[in-house]
Write a protein that binds this ligand. Sequence first.
Ligand code: ADP
Ligand code: MG
Length: 238
Amino acid sequence: DQDVTEYQKSLAIRVSGFDVPKPIKLFEDCGFPTALMGAITKQGYEKPTTIQCQALPIVLSGIDIIGIAKTGSGKTAAFVLPMIVHILDQPELDKGEGPIGVICAPTRELAHQIFLETKKFAKPYGICVAAVYGGVSKLDQFKELKAGCEIVVATPGRLIDLLKMKAVTMVRATYLVLDEADRMFDLGFEPQIRSIVGQIRPDRQTLLFSATMPYKVERLAREILSDPSRVTVGEVGM
Ligand code: ADP
Ligand code: MG
């Protein structure tokens, strides 16, 4: 309706997709459980950033998303907060093996940052987060994955290695995030991404975030996302 469109305009958000939920104004509008709200407050987040205002209600509705916004816009919380809710929604959470949420990021630095942010929101619930990336002992990561976790944050190459070693299975994975998709392509990770996606059930929820949207990323997005909503904040390069 008119009010929603005006609000999206005032946020400088462009949105496309079918039945896109309207943007929220406050974290309180998301219906987050108490301990998650507590963790948000503890982080010093008073209100959602622009991308979070529109992405949170979309992702919480279970809709696939392509989120395009520049670095520093708060994309991490836009995928981590709904991921916590998604995990808490799983019946018999204590059963089964392998991660429910899988996050792929282009570099170990980025994966580590996401790992740290995710842990803050996962901690109140005892949700276990594992980080797997190069430059660290593969054996340690093998053991960590074998011990079990609900979330894995990974660089594509190392995750593939560990999947081949059967350190981890994707049977339980239903929430996949591809963060900084453009950079993953620039670094040549397209085959690894395709391989990982191919091991995750097709009825998963898929989220793709990128600062730019070159054609090759667009093409992958069309292949691996189902009826995604697209949220663009600001001007975007190709
Ligand atoms: P991006 O992934 O878009 O580059 P990040 O998720 O890394 O951005 O967030 C950038 C910075 O903004 C981080 O320091 C993060 O803690 C902070 N941040 C994220 N969301 C909020 C918020 N709602 N309020 C205040 N700071 C936030
Ligand atoms: Mg980011």
